[in-house]
Design a protein around this ligand. Sequence first.
Ligand code: MN
Length: 204
Amino acid sequence: MKIKLHEKDLPNNLNFKNSIAIDTETMGLNPIRDRLCLVQISKGDNVCHLVKLNSIKDRPKNLIKILKDKKIQKIFHYARFDVAFLKYKFKINIENIYCTKIASKLSRSYTDQHGYKDLCKEILGVEINKSSQSSDWGNFILSKDQLKYAATDVLYLHKIKKELDKMLLREGRHRIAKACFEFIKYKTDLDLLGWNDNNDIFKH
Ligand code: MN
């Protein structure tokens, strides 16, 4: 794995064609309260680009351009969280979303283990270390362990997607998966408007 750390934005010369794996690290779980600290992106070529945002005023133009590009598929694990954060922070809409957590829940109904770590282990046979998950991502200087952890979170998403797509097709769940991915942009709007899990509009 190759890690490229960028301050405040992606460089101008980077070209992401069809799809990117993407993840974020934040100061907490609340997009309105908490700061977005890091955005990780990979083409699935073992190179992970980390964009470090140091202030709430940072507006990364190149990164935002990629996020808004409907032609680029964005592969997340638990897209609901990252999409809500990115939409709220940059006041943008994000389309063409894929979520490996939803794909896993729809295809692997024999288990309740749908974490990124679980998918890496079962689908790819790779053990990953999640010990930096709840660390101080707001620090001006991130540790080697934090950088490695953050990059690893996007490293395997393309491979996981490929295997989950086969399972979705095999189980006849690919259409409902696609509909769920398309709904994420509205689901995150509901979350940001206050209709979250405690106030589920689909519930009786
Ligand atoms: Mn992460």
